[in-house]
Design a protein around this ligand. Structure first.
Ligand code: SF4
Length: 302
């Protein structure tokens, strides 16, 4: 059997496509990646599209009856056949839980994956050699005993953990903070999605600092239901608390681009305010074009 796999737009290794690849390789099938010209000459096509803006590229494969097209940018309801979903490709990246306990309006996880459940162990993802595993779990702290077990597996095997899906700061406890402190890790990531979280963010930072974790990265959602002023307040709050930020744009709007350019460059964010960033002479006219002169002058004091 000949299989074609098309990865339209993944920014990190695409787990679903990796599962399909592993499944077919284990059966002795030939697997070809990203050669769209082969679409008529294969028995099966798997297409994944992560971002909605690229949906039209995935739609081009709808003419092939042997194509399975999915991904959050195409259709949240499309799933892999169970025999492929159950494959663990051991690429040092993946999920030990799926789903989430929360219902954030901007997030596809509740609709796509439903409530939280444990789907595997840390070591199921490990190739036995790598010293780091990237976890994509959406809200692993919602199952604290499982979280502790994952951390113990990492500790026992000298594996550094990257909780790439982010950790829910509202679920931090003293015990979880201690576990985070002793587990080998890359910089922890949390979410600061709403201005109303200010108090809980302060509480989380205090808990983390008490166990020696002085700095984390905070995903800051912008362009959803907040104003530019509210976005700046959250970012300035993180600067004041000596934390890192990563601006996540819900929509691509020009006025959000300078914010992301400033905050997502760690050294820039630590070294200067947004107002100082906007003073860059070479970009001044560009920024005035985005915000208008009056707003630009106002932002210089931000
Ligand atoms: S907590 Fe995170 S994963 Fe869960 S619904 Fe909210 S944004 Fe999505």
């Amino acid at each position: 059997m000949r299989v074609l796999i098309i990865d339209i737009d993944s920014k990190i290794p695409n787990l679903a496509l990796k599962k399909a690849e592993r499944y077919h390789l284990d059966r002795g099938d030939e697997v070809i990646w990203d050669m769209s010209l082969m679409a008529n000459q294969v028995d099966r096509i798997y297409v994944s599209c992560v971002f909605r803006k690229n949906r039209h590229k995935a739609e081009e494969y709808e003419v092939y009856p042997h194509a399975l097209i999915g991904g959050s940018g195409y259709d949240l309801k499309v799933t892999l056949p169970p025999e492929i979903e159950d494959v663990t490709p051991r690429i040092n990246m993946g999920f030990t839980t799926r789903g989430c306990i929360r219902q954030c309006g901007f997030c596809v996880v509740p609709e796509k994956e439903g409530g939280i459940r444990i789907v595997g162990r840390l070591l199921d993802l490990w190739d036995g050699k790598a010293n780091q595993i990237t976890l994509l779990d959406n809200n692993i702290l919602a199952v604290p005993r499982h979280f502790v077990e994952v951390c113990f597996q990492a500790l026992l095997n000298w594996i550094r953990l990257d909780f790439n899906g982010g950790l829910d700061h509202r679920l931090l406890t003293r015990e979880i903070a201690v576990m985070l402190a002793v587990t080998p890790h890359v910089v922890y990531k949390f979410a600061y999605d709403r201005p109303a979280y200010r108090k809980s963010v302060n509480r989380a930072i205090a808990l983390l600092k008490a166990v020696g974790i002085r700095q984390s990265t905070w995903y800051v959602l912008v362009g959803y239901d907040t104003t530019l002023e509210q976005d700046l307040q959250r970012l300035n709050h993180l600067r004041f608390m000596n934390q890192r930020a990563f601006v996540q744009r819900y929509v691509m709007r020009p006025e959000l681009n300078p914010l992301a350019r400033w905050a997502n460059q760690r050294h820039m964010f630590a070294a200067m305010t947004f107002g100082q960033f906007l003073r860059e002479p070479r970009k001044r006219d560009y920024y005035i074009g985005i915000y208008g002169r009056e707003k630009y002058e106002e932002l210089l004091a931000a």
